[in-house]
Design a protein around this ligand. Structure first.
Ligand code: ATP
Ligand code: MG
Length: 348
C-alpha cells in the first residue's frame, strides 16, 4: 500500500507524495489503515481532493490523519523585521474602497479557522479601518518589556493605528514617521510564532508597501479589484507596482463581482463581470475568485465580524475561504518548489 500512496501525484505540485515528503507514517490499526499526511499548509486547497484519492487507491478502509507543518516563504529564521513569522501575505489594490480590509480580515480569519497561527496588521496608518470591521473599540494596547501586545480576537492577533487614536483623530505624518510606525508594528511587537502575517495595505501603491518590502521579505500579494476598477486599469497598476518592488503576486480577487439577491439567490452583473479574471489571464497570474456584492457582507461588517465566521455558509464566505486556501496553497508551492511553480499551476 505504501508504494501506491507514495506514487500519488499532488494536484498542485505535479510531484508525487514521496517526492514532496508528505507521508509521515502508514499503520494498520485493526484493519483500518492510518495514514499520516503533512499537507504542507494548513489551508491546503487540494486537501479534500487528496484525501479522496488516498481513499480511492487503498484496498482497505483509511483514516487520514492531518499532521501538517506549515511551510515558510521566509528565508532562514532571523531575517527581516518579523523573524518568527513563516509567511507574510499582503492584501492590496491600486484603489480605495474595493474591499481590501474586508478581504484581509476574512483571509486571516479563514486561515486561523484551519488551525494556523495568524497575525493581522492594519498597515493603513492614515485611514485604519480594521478595528470597526473586527468590532474592536480600544484605545491603547498593553506593553510587556517594551514590546506592544497585539489585540486578540477571533483567534487572530491584530494591531492597528486605530488602537492609538481617539474617535475623530486624524494623522498628518511625513514618510519617516510612517516608516517608524510600521517598524513598531513589526519589530517592537510581541507576535510570537506565526504561520501567517496578513497585512492590510492602504489604498494605492505608495509609501507603505515600499517601507514594508524593505523591512520584511513579503511572501506574496493578493490584489483585490472590482469590475469597474478593472475597467480603468487599476488592477494593472497594482500588478505593475508590486512587480517594481519585487513582491511576488499570488493572484487576483474580484470583489463585488456580481450582485447576489439574498431572497432569490439570482446573480446580477450590475458592474460588468469577469474583468479581473481576464486581467489575471493577460498577466499570466492565478485568479483566486469572485466575491459577490452581498448584503450579508455589510451585515457582517456592521456586526464587527468576518463573514467567514458570522455567516460561514453564505456565498461570500465560501468564496473568501477559497481565496484564503488558494493563497495559502500558492505560498506553500512557492516555499517547496519556488515562485516560478506558482504561475504554472492550474488549480482554481
Ligand atoms: N462583497 C461585498 N459586498 C458588500 N459589501 C462589501 C463587499 N466588500 C466590501 N464591502 C463593504 O464595503 C466597504 C468598504 O470595504 P473595505 O473597508 O474592506 O474596503 P477597502 O478597500 O479596505 O477601503 P479603503 O481603501 O478605505 O481602505 C465596507 O463597508 C465593506 O463592508
Ligand atoms: Mg482598507
Amino acid at each position: 500500500m505504501q508504494a501506491v500512496l507514495e506514487k500519488l501525484i499532488h494536484p498542485e505540485f505535479q510531484q508525487s507524495l514521496a517526492e514532496l515528503d508528505m507521508l509521515k507514517g502508514i499503520e494498520d490499526k485493526n484493519g483500518i489503515l492510518e495514514v499520516k499526511v503533512d499537507f504542507l499548509t494548513f489551508a491546503s486547497p487540494s486537501k479534500a481532493l487528496l484525501v479522496e484519492q488516498i481513499k480511492q487507491v487503498s484496498d482497505q478502509p483509511v483514516n487520514v490523519v492531518d499532521v501538517t507543518q506549515q511551510r515558510s516563504t521566509q528565508p532562514a529564521l532571523g531575517g527581516g523585521a518579523l523573524p518568527s513569522v513563516k509567511n507574510v501575505l499582503v492584501v492590496g489594490s491600486g484603489k480605495g474602497g474595493v474591499g481590501k480590509s474586508t478581504v484581509a480580515l476574512n483571509i486571516a480569519a479563514a486561515l486561523a479557522q484551519e488551525g494556523a497561527r495568524v497575525g493581522l496588521i492594519d498597515a493603513d496608518i492614515y485611514g485604519p479601518s480594521l478595528a470597526p470591521l473586527a468590532g474592536i473599540e480600544q484605545f491603547g494596547v498593553r506593553m510587556n518589556e517594551h514590546l506592544l501586545q497585539p489585540v486578540e480576537k477571533f483567534g487572530l492577533k491584530m494591531l492597528s493605528q486605530a488602537f492609538f487614536m481617539k474617535p475623530g483623530d486624524s494623522i498628518v505624518w511625513r514618510g519617516p514617521k510612517l516608516h517608524g510606525r510600521l517598524e513598531l508594528f513589526c519589530s517592537h511587537t510581541e507576535w510570537g510564532e506565526l504561520d501567517f502575517m496578513v497585512v492590510d495595505l492602504p489604498p494605492g501603491t505608495g509609501d507603505v508597501v515600499l517601507s514594508l518590502s524593505q523591512m520584511v521579505p513579503i511572501g506574496g500579494a493578493v490584489i483585490v479589484s472590482t469590475p469597474q476598477h478593472v475597467a480603468v486599469g487599476i488592477a494593472s497598476k497594482a500588478i505593475d507596482a508590486f512587480g517594481k518592488l519585487n513582491v511576488p503576486l499570488l493572484g487576483l480577487v474580484e470583489n463585488m463581482s456580481y450582485y447576489s439577491c439574498p431572497s432569490c439567490g439570482k446573480a446580477d452583473n450590475i458592474f460588468g463581470h469577469g474583468g479581473a479574471r481576464t486581467t489575471a489571464k493577460e498577466y499570466e497570474l492565478p485568479f483566486l475568485g469572485e466575491i459577490p456584492l452581498n448584503s450579508t457582507m455589510l451585515e457582517a461588517s456592521n456586526q464587527g465580524m468576518p463573514v467567514v465566521l458570522s455567516h460561514p455558509d453564505s456565498a461570500p464566505a465560501q468564496a473568501l475561504r477559497r481565496v484564503a486556501q488558494l493563497a495559502a496553497g500558492r505560498l506553500a508551492v512557492a516555499a517547496v518548489a519556488g515562485y516560478d511553480a506558482i504561475y504554472s499551476n492550474t488549480l482554481s
